[in-house]
Design a protein around this ligand. Structure first.
Ligand code: DC
Length: 204
């Protein structure tokens, strides 16, 4: 069984997906973390997005994700990079990486492989439209931009990161724009997905 959950940044989709997977005792995959791990790899190595270079780099990338819904763990070429994926630097560069067709093809291939022969909740931007158009259940989770920025700001404060609210709001607005206007697999609700607006909803 495949449960596809798509939606914009900080809409609550990942937290919800994890809880649903836990409740149903099935696997969970956060595909945003995969794009973030690739972004980190490019940033750390100063790689360019020139075609031949991308082809070389994706050959050398090995991403392993833990199946555990309790704790996310993303292993990039043998190193656990989970704690480094949600920095503002990665967030502001990730749209460049995720709009690259060669990188997307590779990620989609890994996502389909990970999901083979199991029941899984998988969240992202293109899961119900491109990765698993025949998913058993599809949801599109969203919330107002103000509410999403507020949630992200509070998260960053808990992590002791010093940022201002306007900066967080701009980062989310920019990413919304890039994610939904890109040519390849843009963020889009699948026709048959159930829309859930969480602006005034608690997590439960
Ligand atoms: O869900 P997130 O904010 O961690 O995702 C990070 C970025 O990765 C997001 O800006 C768009 C991209 N992404 C994507 O293009 N396709 C997916 N399936 C998941 C994420």
């Amino acid at each position: 069984m495949i449960i596809a959950i798509d939606g914009p940044a900080s809409s609550g989709k990942s937290t919800t997906s994890r809880l649903v997977a836990k409740k149903l005792r099935i696997s969970y995959l956060n595909t945003g973390s995969m794009y973030r791990a690739v972004t980190l790899y490019f940033l750390n190595n100063n790689y360019s997005l020139e075609k031949d270079n991308v082809l070389e780099v994706i050959k050398s990338i090995d991403i392993d994700v833990s199946d555990s819904v309790e704790k996310e763990s993303i292993i990039l070429n043998g190193i656990d990079v989970t704690s480094k994926l949600r920095t503002l630097k990665v967030s502001s560069f990730v749209s460049k990486i995720s709009s690259n067709n060669l990188i997307r093809e590779k990620m989609v291939e890994i996502q389909r492989k990970i999901s083979q022969n199991k029941s899984i909740v998988i969240d992202g931007r293109d899961i119900g439209t491109v990765v698993f158009p025949d998913a058993d259940y599809k949801f599109f989770i969203t919330a107002s931009i103000e509410e999403r920025a507020k949630r992200r700001f509070e998260e960053l404060q808990i992590e002791n990161k010093s940022v201002n609210f306007e900066f967080v709001m701009k980062e989310i607005r920019d990413r919304d724009y890039l994610d939904s206007t890109r040519e390849l697999s843009p963020l889009k609700k699948a026709n048959n997905a159930i829309l859930i607006d969480t602006t005034h909803l608690t997590l439960d």
